[in-house]
Design a protein around this ligand. Structure first.
Ligand code: GLC
Length: 461
């Protein structure tokens, strides 16, 4: 059920106002000063918030994102629709102008949550939205295929990130070791802009940034050629967040393709999903007791869990013995901090409660974790995470992220995806659609592949 903006009140109204203030006409910036362009997974997740009070605008958001798709299928992580000198690294550093027949973009992608969002938008009212969804399915199909072709050419069933920014979780401690092998002598001098706007204790350190810029240089020097990148890029790292989101995206694409009669897409996505489901096993570490990052160049697992580890539950069914273990570890994490879910193990020496991705809580990761927990029958934990998210927003407003220890907000202000998730979550606590309206199927009807909580199987596979 769509509400008009006048029917929203309190924090929901303010969340909608933030989205409208960050709207640049067909796309939404994550935060006016810090991130003044269209970002890939931000944009997809922002569409959920718009869907509560303006479905047409929600569809425009995903349509504008997918309109920037490259010929090879990649959907870029930033789209520079307008010139804006205050951002670094901008179009010149990415050097993609001659590659794509789109506005200038970055040269990498981000987690493909768009298919899942589009499935949610479609579930709101299938008859009203089927034509718009049908037009986007071939684009999603090509993007998902690009992931396997460009980021898993060896067919291992896990896709790599060629840059920490590709994962969307830019500054995780997981990247420290893989980055340490990279020579940064060629990066030269540059002026970062993020630390002009945000306190430097909340942002990546200079040495991290040098590594990021050397990988941008590597991509630019090879003209973002996927074959050269897969063969030679010094950073080639798989992690559970990206891979889980891609698996979920394939499932949701299959559901939509079947529903809308795109059998060819459903067949291709089913084959891809089988490969990704099997490959995900490579991310399980018995030593750590969860799904962790894997440096594919060295075949080396990370030694700690991150918030992305729980996205395995969002991806699809996790066998009961593992799901129980993961829920128990998550409960332990939550008892070590005031608000969950921290982006990195709060009991690890590298945990940093306010520095970007090395400890803080993100609302949209919480929504995905909570959705996965509900699908595995862990409703209490899921509810704790939803309540924590709202408490953080009530305490510190719509910030980019939050300190799990004190609840203090960090990074950018009036942040779009924080506003969007809070609004969507409060309007749709049980997912897309309207439970009381029999004409609109609930997500579980629309999603034949949604895992049901398993109460019988006590054995590991
Ligand atoms: C940061 C985040 C990334 C996000 C971007 C815009 O770079 O790490 O995930 O897309 O900000 O919000």
């Amino acid at each position: 059920m769509t509400m008009s903006i006048d029917q929203l009140s309190g924090t929901n109204k303010r969340a909608a106002e933030i989205l409208l203030a960050n709207d640049r006409g067909g796309y939404t910036v994550p935060s006016a000063k810090l991130y003044p362009f269209q970002w890939n997974w931000d944009s997809a997740l922002v569409a959920l918030g718009f869907s509560v009070f303006d479905p047409d605008r929600a569809w425009q958001e995903v349509e504008s994102l997918l309109s920037a798709q490259w010929d090879n299928g990649m959907v870029p992580h930033i789209i520079f629709w307008k010139e804006e000198k205050s951002y670094f690294p901008g179009p010149e550093q990415w050097g993609t102008k001659n590659i794509a027949d789109t506005p200038p973009t970055s040269g990498i992608t981000q987690p493909p949550v768009a298919a899942t969002v589009i499935e949610h938008l479609l579930a709101e009212d299938i008859n009203a939205h089927r034509d718009r969804a049908a037009k986007l399915l071939p684009k999603l199909d090509r993007w998902h295929q690009w992931f396997l072709d460009a980021r898993d050419p060896e067919g291992r069933g896990v896709v790599a990130n060629m840059h920490p920014w590709e994962s969307g979780r830019d500054n995780l401690p997981d990247w420290d070791r893989p980055l340490s092998f990279i020579d940064t002598t060629g990066v030269g001098t540059y002026h970062r802009r993020d630390t002009d706007i945000v306190n430097k204790d909340e942002r990546p350190k200079k040495d991290d940034y040098d590594h990021y810029m050397s990988l941008v240089k590597f991509g630019r020097d090879c003209n973002w050629d996927p074959q050269v990148i897969a063969r030679d890029c010094p950073f080639w790292v798989a992690e559970p967040g990206m891979n889980a989101i891609l698996r979920r995206a394939e499932r949701d694409l299959i559901t939509m393709a079947r529903l809308l009669g795109h059998d060819d897409i459903a067949t291709r996505a089913t084959a891809r999903l089988a490969r990704l489901d099997a490959g995900f096993e490579a991310l399980w570490s018995e030593a750590v007791g969860g799904y962790v990052t894997l440096d594919l160049r060295r075949n080396e697992h990370a030694t700690a869990l991150t918030s992305g580890s729980w996205l395995a539950l969002f991806a699809g069914k996790v066998e009961k013995i593992r799901a129980n273990k993961m829920a128990a570890t998550l409960s332990r994490w939550l008892s070590s901090v005031k608000h969950g879910v921290p982006s990195f193990d709060p009991n690890h020496e590298l945990f940093d409660s306010i520095r970007y991705w090395r400890g803080p809580v993100w609302a949209m990761i919480n929504w995905m974790i909570s959705t996965g927990l509900i699908e595995h029958g862990e409703t209490e934990l899921a509810e704790r995470i939803r309540a924590d998210t709202q408490a953080l927003i009530d305490q510190s407003d719509y910030r980019e992220y939050f300190c799990p220890v004190t609840g203090r907000g960090g990074g950018g202000t009036d942040f779009s995806w924080t506003a969007s998730m809070s609004l969507y979550w409060s309007a749709r606590p049980r997912g897309a659609g309207t439970p009381t309206d029999a004409t609109i199927p609930m997500p579980n009807t629309l999603k034949p592949d949604t895992p049901k909580p398993d109460t019988t199987d006590q054995e590991a596979k």
